[in-house]
Design a protein around this ligand. Sequence first.
Ligand code: SF4
Ligand code: SF4
Length: 378
Amino acid sequence: MNNPVMNKLQQIAEENLLEIEQAKARGQAVVGFYCLYSPTEMAVAADAIPLPLCGTRNDPIAAAEEILPRNLCPLIKSSFGFAMTDTCPFFRASDIIIGDTTCDGKKKMFELLSRYKPTHVLQLPQNQDPKTALPAWRAELERFKTIIETHTGISLTKDRLRSAIRLMNRERAARKALMDVNKNKPAPLGGSQLLEIMFKVGFLANKETGISMMEKIVAEAENKAFRSELPGDKCKRILLTGVPVGVGSDKVVKIVEQSGADVVAFENCSGYKQAFTVDEDKDPLKALAAQYLATPCSVMSPNTGRFDLLREMIRDFSADGVIDLTWQACHTYNVEAYRVNEFVQETLGIPTLHLETDYSESDTGQLRVRIEAYLEML
Ligand code: SF4
Ligand code: SF4
């Protein structure tokens, strides 16, 4: 559907690379991030541009497989492939890279990635224990702060960090408001549209532009301006949980839509896991450490927060069904799928479908058959 706000977002997204280049020419730094656990506030506080670098496209995977094992998560191979083929303008623009010791594949990939860019890997604890893990993560953020200060020459005072937290809280609030429009029945935004908007906004150099675009979309979505035809009462509302998805790794979302259902919400780190607020009154490093460590990703053991979030989202988005997506060779999400199924199906009474796939189109037919049969059953 031809919508003026979406056209404007497209235009801004096309001009964004030039804006990043101009910012770099003025001396602004660019920091590439690979995971939700590292606070982008640290870059923003140093007037640097944070860019999300997790690969969502299949194209660079063949090149990555010359170095990395084939049976590795496609997100890791895509990310590495973009770097080694120098085909991601956002990786190219990044001066330094920040990674975290999340899953085994990713942390080992960073060792190789450091051949292409200065790479700093933060030692992420494997649980969220306030007595042991939190102080360790707080200390890592202290090290992260020093890395950014050394790179930019800007001292990250408490005032700078607080104002970055305020800005990023506003961005997260706008992102949450955007996702929350789909609590309405019928959903004003299709799942693919929502993904496209969040994906484009995520790369924008100017945070204020991104916030204002999301606010405009929310205002328009409430007037039902984004879909040529709103879904009828019988359209099933699906919540997608599990691994992150983006433009290029959205085949499951597309198949659900082509099969006549709606993906109304994303319980993953490219979606609702970003809908949090950092405490603006506490000591900034403490507040950042506490909030980011609480991210309910399967790399944490245990990962109880995911179940709370699922319960809340299934209720608030009136989900008829839950599709749990795992990228091939992602052991943490794959193992957790058993408990997700048990919790959602048996405790909440909502049927689930667990899918394991990669970024290629080779299993599209098979996925379609399974998704259609699942939707039939709802
Ligand atoms: S799935 Fe977990 S480890 Fe992977 S990028 Fe998202 S938050 Fe980080
Ligand atoms: S999807 Fe799984 S294997 Fe892939 S990067 Fe995230 S946690 Fe690691």
